[in-house]
Every structure is written in C-alpha cells, then in structure tokens.
Design a protein. Structure first.
Length: 587
C-alpha cells in the first residue's frame, strides 16, 4: 500500500501540464485543479529562483523559463507553435503549445545548465507563489493577440520575458511608496524651486503693478492730479514709458532692500509645509497606489503621477501663492496703516498727502491679497472634493480596458488644467479688486482729517475720481495681465510637476531601497547584483530591441505585456478579496 502511494506521489511530481485554459475562468479548470493539488501532495508552491534560459542549439534560438522551488523541485515553462508549418515562417498566427514541465530530475537540470545559457536569474526567496506565473500564462491565453503563436511577436521570447517581467513586477510593487521618503527626497530640491518661484512671482508682480498704475492714469486723466502733492503731479505727467521705467526700478529696489529675502523665506516655508500635504494628498486622495498597481512599465506612470500631483497642487497652489504674497509683502492690517497715517509715520515719504496716498495702495494691496486668498481657499476645497469623486468613479468602472480609461483621465486633466487656472485667476482677480477697494476706501475715510484744510476739497475730488474708475481699471488690467499671469502659473506648475514626478521615479528606481529591489544574476556576470523594476525593464527593452525586427513590433509587444499585467493584477486582487470574504463568513 505504501509503495502504491509512493508511486502515485512520484507520478504527480513529474509530469507535463498543458497550459490550456480554453473555456476556463480564472481559478478554474484542469490547470488550477492541478495547482491546488500541489500542497495536498506536500509540494511547494513558493518560488525560490526564476531563470530565463536561451537554447542556441537550433537555427532559431529558443527561450524558456526554469523555476526552482523552495522544496528544491525544478520546473520548466515553454511556449512553442503547436505545429511547425510554413505559416510559422510567414509570421501567421498559429495555435500555441504552452506547457509546464513539472519535476525535472537532476539529469534534466544538468543537461539544461550544460546546453543552454541563463540570460537572467531572479532570487525570489519564496516570496512569489507559483500562482503568479500561472496567472501570467492564463492572461496570455485570454489575450486577443497573445493567445496565438506568431514568429516575430508572440513567440517563446515574448512568453518567457512576460513571465519574468510580471513576476518581478509583482515582487517589486510600485504602491510601496511612502510619503515620508518622498518628502526627504524633495527637501534638497526646495531651494531650487523656491528661487524659481520667487523670480517668476516678482517679475509678474512688477508687470501687474506697472500695468495697473499706467491704466489708472489713462482712466483718471489729469483731473486726478489736482489732489496730489507737487512731486506726485510731476510723476503723473511723465510719458508712459518713463513712468513705467521708474516704477520698475522702484519695485526692483524694494526687492533688493529686503523684499526678495522676505518672499524667499516665506515661499520656502510654505513649500516645505505644502510638500508634505501635496505628497500625502497625491498618494491618498487620488488613489495613486491603485493607479500605480495597474502599471507595468515605469515609463507609463509619469502621466498618472503628474495627474495626481497636478490636481493636488491645483487644490493648494493658488491659496499658497497668496499666503506667500500676503506675508512676503508684510501682511499689514488696514487699522495699523490708518494709525501710521495719523501719526505720519513713513520712512520714505514726507507730508500728509504722500503718506496717505501710498498707505492707501498698501491697504489695497494687502486687502486684495487677503480677499483673493480666502476666495481661492474656498474654491480649492471644492476642486479637491470633485477630483476625488472623478477618480473613484473611474476606478470603480469595471470595463474591459482600464488602461485606456486611466489614460483618458490623465489627458482630461491636462486639457482642463489651463481652463481651470484661467477660472481661478478670474476668481482671484475679482475678489482682489473688490477687497482692495473696500480697504482703500476704509483707509481714506479714516484718515481724511489728516489732510490739511487747504487741500481737503481737491483731495476729496481726487478720491472720487479714483473710486469712479477703480472697477474699469481693474477690469482693463485683468485683460492685459491675464495671459502672462496664467503662463507664469503654468511655468511654476510644470516645474513642480517635473520635480515631483522625477522624485517618484527616482524612489522607485533606487536599488538601495530594499522594498524596491531584489538580487539577480545576469549572463556572463557571475556575481549577484541588486536590480529593480527600472534596471530589469531596461535590460528587457535592450534585449527585445536586439531580438525584434522593428520598433513597431517592439511597441506591440510592450502594449501586449501591459495588458497582461493589468489582467494578472486584477485576477490576483480578486483572489485576495475572495479569500477575505471567505474568512469573514467564518467569523
């Protein structure tokens, strides 16, 4: 009886399993029945090492996969055409003969090692189940193109390297990103980003201030000059080009006298704070781990990382800019300015009229910035909420092509970004104009008694002209500076997105990070070395380029492998969810 049992055990241990999934659903059919029986016979389903080997003994080289299990069993996985007909050489699609040879003996293994080359060996240390390999084979068999053998595309090379790439991708998941490690990578780049933002913001503000003053003079006319001081009247009569030159030099002088340092300090503080918020938000709010989990190739993830970062940035960028500007320009309450005017405190200007005049514009600037900040904060909260709903809906929509759906989502974000920034600019500008006017009028009313009786009449007429043309001036300035403002914001956002996506890719490509790398051994390189998805995929692409006839074929193979991974991920995820449901039912 014992001998019969041993014979059955040996018979089960050594056999050829046809990887035929015809009319089978995931997890069902003869192949999966055999897989489930492995543990019943005391055989390991955990893979220790995986090799892609190359047999050059015939005219057409043949590649196959060898699996070394944790119980020292050795298996072989092959793809061949079912029949060697003329159709194969014509690159016509023919039925495949995909097989799993279970339980190679010592002689088989020795022969393989003697007669074939190992292109690459991955050390998986029992952390990958045989189910992953079978899932790759199942998904290949269900793919509309890869399910048949073609000499130039879906051949043994494609089959072997798809199994290896899927296995390494499973072993090294992209969704192990940690916000803390990403923030640590961001910090050294913040000075570069801060300097860039301050330069762009300062240049834009100079243009806005200059345009506003020039347009104000055009709208108000010479009548407004009668309420000004002698010096102000002279400046007001200067040609537009000369006045613009003086205003620019004044603003630039203010930058050199400490404003730039103040802005840089505040922008740096806000970037440090927002870097954490944006990174955590991108990973959590926008389902980035789920999006990353569905990607096979590293070069596919850039759009989705940019998309998630983009919507997080859009959800904080405008209010962050106004936070920086409010403090950078010395956030001052109108009440404090009123008190300063009454006491005629000014380090630059003398006389009640100049002090009041420039205090009004300081009040307007601060009031406008504060109003814009509050309005954009309110809008950005709505943007974040709407965005989360969009991505959740896209992920829950269980269609047959999540790859294309997610690409459309990223493209939609890119198309909508400029329109969204235009809308945010208009919203902020409108709020700034109204807020500035309220604070300016408040200061004028509270400080009118500081003006000498001799000038009060003309001064009142001057401010009436200012209030009458205020709205038109802001509207006209808005039209002039809108495009340059949007372009500046686009440049800032692109800079942030480029740095952000670069940091994510570097983290995923860091062979020093244990969670993102494994040990491997390559052809003619006997020593083990650390490899990650990036280096494995680069090796894969280089090998494919040398073994395919055209870039079009290579692109097709890459696309097919991406589809295979999507299905593998989906099947394995469903299995995990089903297992959890079964556990819950027993509780």
């Amino acid at each position: 009886m014992r001998n019969v049992k041993k014979a059955k055990q040996e018979s089960f241990q050594k056999r050829i399993v046809a990887l035929d999934f015809t009319d089978c659903q995931w997890g069902t059919g003869p192949v999966f029945d055999w897989y489930k029986e492995l543990s019943q016979h005391g055989l390991s389903r955990s893979i220790n090492r995986l090799e892609v080997r190359l047999d050059k003994s015939s005219l057409v080289p043949h590649r196959f996969v060898v699996l070394y299990m944790m119980d020292n069993a050795v298996h072989r996985v092959d793809r061949r055409p079912q029949e060697r007909s003329i159709d194969v050489l014509k690159n016509n699609a023919v039925p495949t003969k995909d097989e799993f040879e279970q339980g190679l003996d010592e002689g088989d293994v020795a022969d393989i090692q003697k007669t074939t080359e190992c292109e690459i060996e991955l050390f998986l240390d029992g952390k990958v189940d045989l189910e992953v390999v079978l899932s790759a084979c199942f998904s290949i068999s269900k793919d509309g193109r890869a399910n048949e053998y073609t000499f130039l595309e879906h051949n043994c090379f494609f089959f072997s390297w798809t199994i290896l790439t899927v296995t390494s991708r499973y072993y090294l998941p992209y969704d192990r990103l940690e916000s803390n490690t990403l923030v640590d990578r961001i910090k050294p780049r913040l000075p570069e980003l801060t300097s860039f933002i301050v330069d762009e913001a300062a240049n834009l503000l100079i243009n806005i201030v200059v345009n506003t003053v020039i347009i104000f003079r055009e709208k108000a006319g010479k009548a407004v000059l009668r309420g000004m001081s002698f010096t102000a009247r002279i400046l007001g009569r200067l040609p537009a080009g000369v006045l613009e030159f003086i205003l620019r030099r004044m603003f630039e002088a203010r930058l050199h006298l400490g404003l730039r340092n103040q802005l840089t300090k505040k922008v740096g503080e806000i970037l440090t704070e927002k870097a954490v918020e944006i990174t955590q938000g991108a990973l959590q709010h926008h389902n980035v781990p789920q999006l990353l989990a569905r990607r096979l190739w590293l070069n596919e993830i850039d759009n989705f990382i940019r998309s998630a970062l983009q919507m997080e940035i859009t959800g904080v960028l405008w209010s962050a800019i106004f936070d920086a500007l409010c403090v950078g320009f010395g956030e001052v309450k109108t009440e404090d300015l009123i008190e300063a005017v009454k006491k005629r405190k000014s380090k630059i200007f003398q006389g009640s009229r100049p002090v009041q005049f420039f205090a009004v514009w300081n009040a307007a600037l601060n009031g406008g910035l504060r109003s814009a900040r509050e309005k954009t904060r309110e809008k950005e909260t709505n943007i974040r909420q709407e965005r989360e709903k969009e991505i959740s809906s896209a992920l829950e929509d269980d269609d047959d092509n999540p790859d294309e759906r997610l690409k459309r989502l990223a493209k939609s974000d890119e198309d909508a970004r400029r329109d969204l920034n235009k809308a945010m600019f208009d919203l902020a500008w409108d709020a700034a104009g109204k807020g500035a006017k309220v604070e300016a009028q408040k200061l004028v009313e509270e400080t009118k008694d500081t003006i000498g009786a001799k000038h009060q009449g003309e001064r009142a007429k001057m401010w009436k002209i200012v209030w009458d043309v205020w709205d038109d001036t802001f509207h006209e300035t808005q039209k002039r500076v809108r495009t340059m403002s949007i372009e500046t914001l686009e440049k800032v956002m692109d800079k942030i997105l480029t740095i952000g996506s670069d940091i994510v890719l570097k983290e995923l490509s860091d062979v020093k990070a244990e969670s993102h790398s494994l040990n491997a051994r390559l052809l003619n390189r006997p020593e083990k070395e650390r490899m990650n998805n990036k280096t494995i995929q680069e090796l894969m692409q280089d090998t494919m380029r040398r073994n395919t006839f055209s870039s079009a074929i290579l692109e097709n193979i890459n696309g097919t492998m991406s589809r295979i991974w999507v299905q593998v991920h989906k099947n394995l995820q469903n299995r995990v969810e089903q297992a959890l449901e079964n556990v819950m039912e027993t509780i």
